[in-house]
Design a protein around this ligand. Structure first.
Ligand code: FAD
Length: 375
C-alpha cells in the first residue's frame, strides 16, 4: 500500500529500538521507509532488557507484543530478598495488559532488535548499516540528507532515532546535553538458575542488586554503583570487578555471582540522563527515543518511552493534515510523560546515592504508575 495523501517517505536515522519500531509503524501506514544505522552490522551487545507492561502495550499497537513475549521470559512478580537470599517480601506486579498477562518481559537485547528488524524487513523497509548523515536540509520538496557514503536521499520527513548522543539533534541545532548522574550501571548475562522464574532483588549493606530471567536458559544481573569519577575498567577485568562488587552477597545469590566469568558478557555504562525541553523537531526532522529523553535505567522505562514515541509519531503522522501539526501533536502527547519519567528516574538515582532506600520503591511505583496511563 502506498499513501495518496500526507507523507509518503521517511528516512529513519538510527536502527535501535525507537528507529526500528517507527520503521514497522510507518510501513504499516503505507509509508516508504529507509533505516540507516551507523554501526557496520546489526550486532548488539548481548545483555538483557526489561520490557515493562507499557512497552509491551505499545508493541501490541504494531502487532509485535506476542512475538516479544514469546521471544523473552514473562514475569509476574518481584521477590525482594536480603543479602543472603532469604525472601522478605513478594510483590505481585500489576499488569497494564490485563488479568493473567505478564507485568514485564525480560528479553535479550539482540533478540528484541531481531524481532523488530525482521518485522520491518518483512513489511518492506530498507535497512542499511555503516551509514550516517553528514548534513540535513529541508525545503518545500522534502528533507535532503547527505549520507556518509556520498549519496543523498530526499524524503518527506526524517526521524532522528540515534540515541542519547544524537548527532541529528546537534545537526538540527536543538539543545540538549546528556549529564552523568554519578552512577554506573552494570549488567551481566548469566545462566538462569532454576529458581529464578520471577524478578529477584537482593538488598546488600550499601546497594541492591538483582536478577531478571530473559529466556529459559539465561538471565541478567543488574547493579548500580555510585561513583563520582566513573573512570574506566579494562574489558578483560569487567567480570572480576563485578564479582568483587557483589562479594557481600551470599546464599542463593552466590552461585549467580560466581557465574559472572565472561568479560564480554558484562557491560558497565555511565548513567547519562537527558531531557530536551523542546521543540523536538526542526522543519521536517523530528527526534524520537533517547535522542529526545533518556531516563536513568533504574526505572527500566527508556525502551518503553522509545517504543511509545515511535508508535505515537506514526499515529500522528497519519492522522494530521500537515507535518507541522503532526509533530506538534506528537510532542504534546509525549513531552509531559517523558519529562515526568526522566525526573522520577533522577530522583530515584539520587535517593540511591544518598542511601535513602526507603524512598526507592515509592519512586519506582510513582514512575510505573505514570507510565501505566494511556500513551
Ligand atoms: C545499561 C542499560 C540498561 C538499560 N536497561 C533498560 C531496561 O531494562 N528497560 C528499558 O526500558 N530501558 C533500559 N535502558 C534504556 C534503553 O536501553 C534505551 O532507552 C533505549 O535503547 C533507547 O532506544 P533508542 O532507539 O532511542 O536508542 P538506542 O538504543 O541508543 O539506539 C540508537 C541507534 O542509533 C545508532 N546511531 C547512533 N548514531 C547514529 C548516527 N549518527 N547515524 C545512524 N545511526 C546512529 C546507534 O548505533 C543505535 O543503534 C537501559 C539502558 C542502559 C544504558
Amino acid at each position: 500500500m502506498k499513501r495518496d495523501v500526507g507523507p509518503r517517505s521517511v528516512l529513519v536515522i538510527g536502527g535501535g529500538i525507537a528507529g526500528l519500531t517507527h520503521a514497522v509503524a510507518a510501513r504499516q501506514a503505507g509509508i516508504e521507509v529507509e533505516v540507516i544505522e551507523v554501526r557496520p552490522d546489526w550486532k548488539v551487545a548481548g545483555w538483557g532488557l526489561s520490557l515493562t507492561g507499557p512497552a509491551i502495550r505499545a508493541l501490541r499497537a504494531v502487532g509485535l507484543a506476542d512475538a516479544c513475549v514469546e521471544a523473552g521470559y514473562p514475569v509476574f512478580r518481584t521477590l525482594h530478598c536480603d543479602a543472603i537470599g532469604t525472601v522478605r517480601n513478594v510483590m505481585e506486579l500489576p499488569s497494564v495488559l490485563g488479568p493473567g498477562k505478564p507485568a514485564e518481559v525480560g528479553i535479550g537485547r539482540p533478540v528484541l532488535h531481531a524481532v523488530l528488524r525482521e518485522r520491518a524487513a518483512e513489511l518492506g523497509a530498507t535497512l542499511r548499516t555503516g551509514l550516517s548523515v553528514e548534513s540535513l536540509s529541508s525545503g518545500e520538496g522534502g528533507v535532503t540528507a547527505s549520507l556518509s557514503d556520498g549519496s543523498t536521499r530526499t524524503v518527506d520527513y526524517a526521524v532522528g532515532a540515534d540515541g542519547v548522543r544524537s548527532r541529528t539533534r546537534a545537526q538540527l541545532g536543538l539543545p540538549g546535553d546528556p549529564w552523568y548522574t554519578g552512577q554506573m550501571v552494570w549488567r551481566a548475562l548469566v545462566d538462569r538458575p532454576e529458581w529464578a522464574t520471577d524478578i529477584y532483588t537482593f538488598a546488600g549493606p550499601t546497594f541492591t542488586t538483582g536478577l531478571i530471567p530473559i529466556s529459559p536458559g539465561k538471565a541478567y544481573v543488574f547493579l548500580t554503583e555510585s561513583s563520582d569519577d566513573p573512570g574506566t575498567v579494562p574489558e578483560a577485568e569487567l567480570a572480576a570487578r563485578m564479582r568483587a562488587l557483589l562479594a557481600p552477597f551470599g546464599g542463593r545469590f552466590a552461585e549467580v555471582r560466581d557465574g559472572i566469568t565472561v568479560p564480554a558478557q558484562v557491560v558497565r555504562r555511565p548513567v547519562q540522563v537527558l531531557f530536551v525541553e523542546g521543540p523536538w523537531h526542526a522543519a521536517r526532522t523530528v527526534l524520537a527515543g533517547d535522542a529526545a529523553h533518556s531516563p536513568s535505567p533504574q526505572l527500566v522505562s527508556g525502551a518503553a518511552l522509545a517504543i511509545e514515541d515511535a508508535v505515537v509519531l506514526a499515529e500522528e503522522i497519519t492522522a494530521r493534515p500537515s507535518l507541522d501539526k503532526a509533530f506538534d501533536a506528537y510532542e504534546t502527547r509525549r513531552h509531559g510523560r517523558a519529562r515526568a519519567l526522566v525526573e522520577t528516574s533522577v530522583e530515584l538515582g539520587r535517593s540511591e546515592r544518598e542511601g535513602r532506600r526507603e524512598e526507592f520503591h515509592a519512586l519506582q511505583r510513582k514512575g510505573h504508575g505514570a507510565m501505566a496511563a494511556p500513551m
